[in-house]
Write a new protein. Structure first.
Length: 269
């Protein structure tokens, strides 16, 4: 969590280019820590991405020297001797809708971690489809320092990514983890030099956006289902997803391009 500090301007920057929607958390004076306004803005932008067929991939990153320092304490501490705010309600209204939107968005969601990712910021990064960090970035599950529990899907994704012992150590010890170690443990996809981060992630997002994104969406749906399913149920999910994939315009274009010995031109349909 970040200590309260003033912020001005839009809390979320939105840019569209080449089928990619780039969302930049924009409270750099508090390391892009979340307040209710930024959470609502991100929720709205993700909903727009889901409804807009011209958006084929999404990139999430942060302005300034940090990615996201978690919850802004300005909204999580008592004011003028009043009651303690219900942090569980903040989780329900701010973070849970964001994670649900990312995981149900049937388009690639890439995360470019440009600096510190702490608390909810770390778990937000871990919940994305492909996360790439700058070599100067780091992650910390900082909740234990405040007597809290990991939120923003941390207790779901982190043990599945690294195993129970490592997840427990991350949560209990709250030690800062450098980006290279996060990659080594399988928490993120890749690490690149800081100066190359945005260009690298943008290029990858544009590459994915030009591919058969309906297939990516169905693959993501199947991956989500695998967290709860046994083998038999998951085989049924795969069969149904393949049925849908085989009826897409992208599949038809892929077959035509193969037969005509040319590069396919996918529309994400």
């Amino acid at each position: 969590m970040s200590s309260p500090s003033p912020s001005s301007g839009p809390s979320l920057l939105v840019e569209r280019a080449n089928g990619v929607l780039t969302l930049t958390l924009n409270r750099p004076d508090v390391l892009n820590s979340f307040n209710a306004d930024m959470a609502r803005a991100l929720q709205g932008a993700l909903a727009d991405a889901a409804a807009d067929d011209t958006v084929r991939a999404v990139v999430l990153t942060g302005a300034g020297r940090g990615f996201c320092a978690g919850q802004d304490l300005a909204e999580a501490l008592p004011r003028d001797g009043g009651p303690i705010p219900d942090i569980g309600e903040i989780v329900k209204t701010s973070y849970n809708p964001i994670i649900r939107a990312i995981r149900t968005l049937e388009k690639p969601v890439l995360c470019a971690v440009n600096g510190i990712a702490a608390g909810a910021g770390a778990n937000l990064a871990f919940a994305c489809d492909l996360t790439i960090a700058a070599d100067s970035a780091s992650f910390v599950e900082s909740f234990a320092k405040l007597g809290l529990i990991p939120d923003t899907s941390g207790t779901f994704f982190v043990p599945r990514l690294v195993g129970l012992q490592r997840a427990t150590g991350m949560f209990f010890l709250a030690e800062k983890m450098p980006a290279n170690k996060a990659k080594e443990w399988g928490l993120i996809w890749d690490v690149v030099p800081s100066a190359e981060l945005i260009a690298t992630v943008t290029k990858l997002a544009e590459q994915l956006a030009a591919q058969a994104t309906r297939g990516f969406g169905l693959t993501k749906r199947a991956l989500n289902a695998s967290f709860a399913n046994g083998l038999d149920a998951q085989l049924d999910v795969e069969a149904q997803a393949m049925h849908e994939a085989g009826r897409t315009a992208d599949y038809a274009e892929g077959v035509r391009a193969f037969l005509e010995k040319r590069a396919p031109v996918y529309q994400g349909k």
